[in-house]
Write a protein that binds this ligand. Sequence first.
Ligand SMILES: CC(C)(COP(=O)(O)OP(=O)(O)OC[C@H]1O[C@@H](n2cnc3c(N)ncnc32)[C@H](O)[C@@H]1OP(=O)(O)O)[C@@H](O)C(=O)NCCC(=O)NCCS
Length: 181
Amino acid sequence: MTTTYEEYRPRLARAERATDVEVRLAGRDDIERIAALSAERSGRDVGASVSRVTSELDGGGGGHAIMVAVRHAQVVGFGRIRNVGPDEAARHHPAPAGWYMLGLVVDRHLRRMGIGTGLSLARFAWLKERGAMEAHSLVSSQNPTSIDFHASLGFEVVRVGPGFLDVSFDCGKGYLMRRCL
Ligand SMILES: CC(C)(COP(=O)(O)OP(=O)(O)OC[C@H]1O[C@@H](n2cnc3c(N)ncnc32)[C@H](O)[C@@H]1OP(=O)(O)O)[C@@H](O)C(=O)NCCC(=O)NCCS
C-alpha cells in the first residue's frame, strides 16, 4: 500500500484562494466521493474505503464526524473528526484521550487554494461548539507538506513516536500534534 503525500513546496507563491467552497458535515450522499478521494490518496481499494466511510457515518453517535468541502456541487476534500476514549487511547500506541482530527485530503488538482485550511477551521468551530478545549492530529515525519500545513494552523508537536493510537507510521516516525481551541 502506498500513501501519497503532496509535493513539498515551501517557497511557492501563495496561489489564488478558492472563494466558492462550502464546508459542511458529510451525509450518506457524499460517501462514494469521500471514498474515492481517500482511495486515491491511500492506494487502497475504493470498495474498502466505502465500507470504512459508511461505518464511520453510521456509527457517528457524537464520536465521529466527517466534514466535506464542496465546490460546484462536487466534494473536493474531506476531514475527519474522532473522539478517542480512554480505553482506545491506551490500546496500540498509547496517546491522550480526546478529540482528534485524523484524515484530511484535498483533491490533488485543487491544493494550495485554502481548502484544507477551510476544512480545518470548520472542524475547530464544530469542536468548540461541543466544549472541546484542544484538538490532536497525527503527522508522518515524511510528510513535510502536512507538517507545514499543521504549523500554519497553530498545531505544535507534543510527542514523537513510531505511531499513535491505531496509526503506525510507514516510515517508523511521526508526530503527535496539538492545538488549543
Ligand atoms: C495537506 C493538504 C490537506 C493541504 O491542503 P491544501 O488545501 O492544499 O492546504 P492550504 O491551501 O489550506 O494550505 C495552507 C498552508 O499549508 C502549507 N502548505 C500547503 N501545501 C503545501 C506544500 N505543498 N508545501 C509546503 N507547504 C504547504 C502552507 O503553509 C499553506 O499556506 P500558503 O499557501 O499561504 O503558503 C493537501 O496537501 C493534501 O490533501 N495532501 C495529501 C493528503 C495528506 O497528506 N493529508 C494530511 C495527512 S496528516
